[in-house]
Every structure is written in structure tokens, then in C-alpha cells.
Write a protein that binds this ligand. Structure first.
Ligand code: SIN
Length: 527
């Protein structure tokens, strides 16, 4: 069994193969496409960006064996589209196309690549509304959040269009008088980008933006659950004039695609956002060909509310950090650790705020919480709550499936949680907020760091010394102080410990796609 296949088995929420040829999915919820979805699909169709084939060497391509995967709207169960279920052969061809395109794309002047990226950014923004609807349709998040993701996702293309012009090398003072020493930064080559369903656009652009900016070419494997946004973005890359083969998209049999990317010596870099289990396997699988690897893996974000916190700021911030995308982000708060002096007040105010979150179809006005991505996600939430209650926690609010059915879940607050519960040990990836009580700052730091994860963390305090002291003590790549939403294209995103390797976004993000070359000019004193 391939390591990629083993990884997928070990990770319940990882993308799975849904090829029609060996489909065994539960179609309890299957219905004809609703009128709403039909009209959105029609709008997408006329926009020219509703693509349902893979992209290989600039050509829209079906799976060679004709297999397809159904893409569902998680809010209704409707089938939105059939996309090709690709595997090893299509991936090999996509790699070859990217490899061929690399020689000319990498030789363009940085300013030329910059212009292509800028054009792509402009097109993404020009299609913001329709792309936002596409995300809501296939991923389920509320339309307002989906539109926010388009701006966020496009911002990486804009940022790296500019950063393309700033890939500076160095001149190093030599230790011998007749030598001149230089450092060049060069693109690593073909990049395999494996991306998740929770941010169908932004997790692609955060990788592809810096890759293309410095001269790499890419083979993207989006999640089989949300491939349509990736295909629409790829269509816009072609419309922006980015040459065929620079951006390729394959989807389908995740293990076959993953293995092909790993095994190919032409792929020089793997970049992945997803579960820690799959990330470890990709890291191991990259060893045979010694690829560069960057990994954005799972988190277990603590949110620390100190007695001296501004209550309103703490409630608003933790609400945003917990319930963004219905709790389905790697930086979502997983544990709210509250000091005993403010615990009761915070718990009450927080539960009231959570109760006000409207659950429903992401297209409905005012909805703040969409469905979870699939049945497995709901079952995970249920099992974590069951475990917490069996170990002494109390459900203050929610704690059950929403009356809307499907994969809608009631926003949930749990009190009296502790570090022994599954919900404190692992990422719940759903709309459940466990409250843990603490006494001292040292205890809060110990609880916060008591995990193998180290992606995002949050602190609420009005004491500036404490905010600095605790920020330094946290073993996390991101710290939000009195703020719940901190991701931005201009700051580095990435984790400590088992939350990953490397950074995305910001000036640091482009280094992940560059090789450093040292050049020594000798005998420079000769005429
Ligand atoms: C993620 O969940 O992996 C990304 C979240 C973000 O970019 O803020």
C-alpha cells in the first residue's frame, strides 16, 4: 500500500477518492439541484469561469478513463457538477507540462511575471461576486465570508506580483582579494501544491502566488470536495495571459495523484495545507527525491482570557476566532482558557453572543454559520462532545445537530472542560467552544503549550507587560493579542512543532520556492 494511501486511511477528514468507478458514498441527501443552485450555476456559466475539467498544459481535460466525481453543495446535498476523477497518468502529464513551461517562465524578467500576476489579481477581483457564490455553493460558508475569502485569496496574488520584483541576491565581501562572491536566488522548479476544502481559493493563491512570482510552475491538486473554485481561478490565470503549462490542475484519486507528485524527480517542491497525519506522510514521501517541503498542518489554538481583559473585546475576539468558517480553519480557537475571576462573566456573555449566531444556508441573508463540510465532520464533533461530557464537562449551549438537518450543527459552548478531554487534545474543526478555567498566568501558559500543535494562539488582556511576556512564552507561530482574526497576506503564517514547516504569505513566503546559489568568481586580479 502506498504511503499516501495509508495516510488517507489514517485521517478521517482528509480528502478522499470519490471516483465514480468505485463510488461508495452515502447519498441519503441526494436531490435534484434546487432552483437557487440552478440560477447560481447559470450565472457562473455565463461568467465563463464555471470549469468542470482538469487543466493540463493549458488544455481543459477529462479523466483519461472517463471517470468522474460528483461535487455537492453541503447545504443541500445537491450535485453541483461532475469533475474528472484523475490519477497517475493525468498527473504525470501535468508534471511534464509544468516542467516544460518552467524553462521559459523562469527566464522571464521578474517585471514580466509581475504583470501577469497583477492581471490575474485584477480578474479575481473583477469576478469577486461570482467566485464568492461558487465558494458558498461548494464549500458552504456564508456568502459574506466567501466574498471575504476572494479578497483575502486575491491579496496573495497582488502581494507576490509586487514581491516578484524584490527577489534580491547578495554580494559577499570575499576573504581573498582576487575573488568576488555572489548569492543568486533561483526558482526551485515544478511545485506540487495540495490544498484543502476549507479555503478553496486562498490556500491555493497563498502557494501559487509566491511560486509563480519567482519563476516556478505548479501542479495544483485541490480538494475533491471543492475543486470548482480552483478551476475557476485557473481559468482566470489563462485569461490573464499566464502561459499554458505554468498552472495545471488535477483532481480525483488523491492517493494516486499524491504518489505521482512525490515520486517524480521533476517535482522539486511539495507544499501542502491539511491534516498533520497527511503532512507527515508527504514529508516522508518527499525524502526519496529530497524535495523541499512546506507544510501548514493542524492546530490546537488556545485563547487565553485574563482577569484584566476587556470583556467586550474578549467576547468579540474569541467569537470571531472560534466560529469563522463554522470552526473549520486551522487557526480557529480550539480551547478557551479563562481566568477564574472573569470566568462566570465571560462564559455568560460569550454564550449569549454564540446564541445569536444564525445558522443556515450560506446564501441566506444574515447567516453566520453554514453547514459542516460533510457527515464525517459532524460525527467528529459529536464524538468530541460525548467524550467531554463523559469526563465531566457541561453543555451550556447547543451540543446537537441543528433542526435544519444535513450537516448543520448548533454552535456549542461547553463549560468545565479540562486538558484530559479529546476536545483539548485534538482539533475539533467544528463549532464547539470548550471553556477551561485557570488560576495563574503560569498555569495558563502551561495549559496552552501542552500540545504537539503550535499554529495560532490568542491572548486577551489589557496589561501590556503580560501581553508581551505571554506572547514570548507561547510555542506558536501566530499570536493574536486582543484580536481574533489576524491572518493577512503581509504577515508570515505557519506553525511551530507539529503544526508545520515553513511560512506562507509576507516577504518570508517566497523563500520557500527559492534555491540559494553561491557563485565564486576567482582570479579576478588577472588582466
Ligand atoms: C487555514 O485554516 O489553514 C487557513 C486560515 C487562514 O488563512 O486564516
Amino acid at each position: 500500500m502506498s504511503i499516501f494511501r495509508m495516510a488517507l486511511r489514517s485521517c478521517r477528514l482528509s480528502s478522499q477518492s470519490f471516483c465514480a468507478a468505485h463510488m461508495h458514498q452515502d447519498f441519503r441527501f441526494f436531490r435534484q439541484m434546487s432552483m437557487d443552485a440552478q440560477s447560481i450555476a447559470a450565472q457562473l456559466n455565463t461568467s465563463g469561469i464555471f470549469r468542470t475539467q482538469g487543466l493540463i498544459g493549458g488544455k481543459w481535460t477529462e479523466a483519461y478513463e472517463g471517470n468522474t466525481i460528483k461535487v455537492h453543495n453541503p447545504a443541500t446535498g445537491d450535485v453541483i457538477a461532475n469533475v474528472p476523477c484523475m490519477g497517475k497518468r493525468e498527473t504525470s502529464d501535468a508534471i511534464s507540462s509544468a516542467y516544460d513551461a518552467f524553462s521559459s517562465w523562469s527566464k522571464l524578467a521578474a517585471s514580466q511575471r509581475s504583470k501577469f500576476l497583477r492581471k490575474w489579481y485584477d480578474l479575481l477581483i473583477a469576478h469577486k461576486e461570482v467566485l464568492g457564490k461558487l465558494i458558498t455553493l461548494e464549500q458552504g460558508k456564508p456568502l459574506i465570508e466567501a466574498m471575504g475569502e476572494i479578497s483575502y485569496g486575491a491579496s496573495f496574488i497582488e502581494f507576490y506580483a509586487e514581491e516578484a520584483k524584490r527577489v534580491y541576491g547578495d554580494i559577499i565581501p570575499a576573504t581573498l582579494a582576487d575573488r568576488r562572491l555572489f548569492v543568486l536566488k533561483q526558482p526551485v522548479g515544478v511545485v506540487g501544491a495540495i490544498t484543502p476544502w476549507n479555503f478553496p481559493l486562498a490556500m491555493i493563491t497563498r502557494k501559487v502566488g509566491p511560486a509563480l512570482a519567482c519563476g516556478c510552475t505548479v501542479v495544483i491538486k485541490p480538494s475533491e470536495l471543492t475543486p470548482l473554485t480552483a478551476l475557476a481561478a485557473a481559468e482566470l490565470s489563462l485569461q490573464a495571459g499566464i502561459p499554458p503549462g505554468v498552472v495545471n490542475v488535477v483532481m480525483g484519486n488523491a492517493s494516486d495523484i499524491g504518489d505521482t507528485l512525490l515520486e517524480s524527480p521533476q517535482v522539486r517542491k511539495i507544499t501542502f495545507t491539511g491534516s498533520t497525519a497527511v503532512g507527515k506522510k508527504l514529508m516522508a514521501g518527499s525524502a526519496a527525491t529530497v524535495k523541499k517541503v512546506s507544510l501548514e498542518l493542524g492546530g490546537n489554538a488556545p485563547c487565553m482570557v485574563f482577569d484584566d481583559a476587556d470583556l467586550d473585546v474578549a467576547v468579540k475576539g474569541s467569537l470571531a476566532a472560534k466560529f469563522r468558517n463554522s470552526g473549520q480553519t486551522c487557526v480557529c480557537v480550539n480551547r478557551i482558557i479563562v481566568q477564574e475571576g472573569i470566568y462566570e462573566k465571560f462564559a455568560k456573555a460569550f454564550a449569549i453572543a454564540v446564541q445569536n449566531l444564525k445558522v443556515g444556508n450560506g446564501f441566506t441573508e444574515g447567516v453566520a454559520q453554514g453547514p459542516l463540510i460533510n457527515e464525517a465532520a459532524v460525527q467528529k464533533v459529536e464524538s468530541f462532545i460525548q467524550d467531554a461530557v463523559s469526563k465531566g464537562a457541561t453543555v451550556m449551549l447547543g451540543g446537537k445537530r441543528h433542526s435544519l438537518g444535513m450537516t448543520f450543527y448548533e454552535p456549542t459552548v461547553i463549560s468545565n472542560a479540562n486538558s484530559e478531554m479529546l476536545i483539548s487534545r485534538e482539533e475539533v474543526f467544528g463549532p464547539v467552544a470548550p471553556l477551561i478555567r485557570f488560576k495563574t498566568e503560569e498555569e495558563a501558559i502551561r495549559i496552552a503549550n501542552d500540545t504537539n500543535a503550535g499554529l495560532a494562539s490568542y491572548i486577551f488582556t489589557t496589561n501590556v507587560q503580560r501581553s508581551w511576556r505571554v506572547s514570548e512564552a507561547l510555542e506558536y507561530g501566530l499570536v493574536g493579542v486582543n484580536e481574533g482574526i489576524i491572518s493577512t497576506e503581509v504577515a508570515p503564517f505557519g506553525g511551530f512543532k507539529q503544526s508545520g514547516l515553513g511560512r506562507e504569505g509576507s516577504k518570508y513566503g517566497i523563500d520557500e520556492y527559492l534555491e540559494i546559489k553561491y557563485i565564486c568568481l576567482g582570479n579576478m586580479d588577472r588582466a
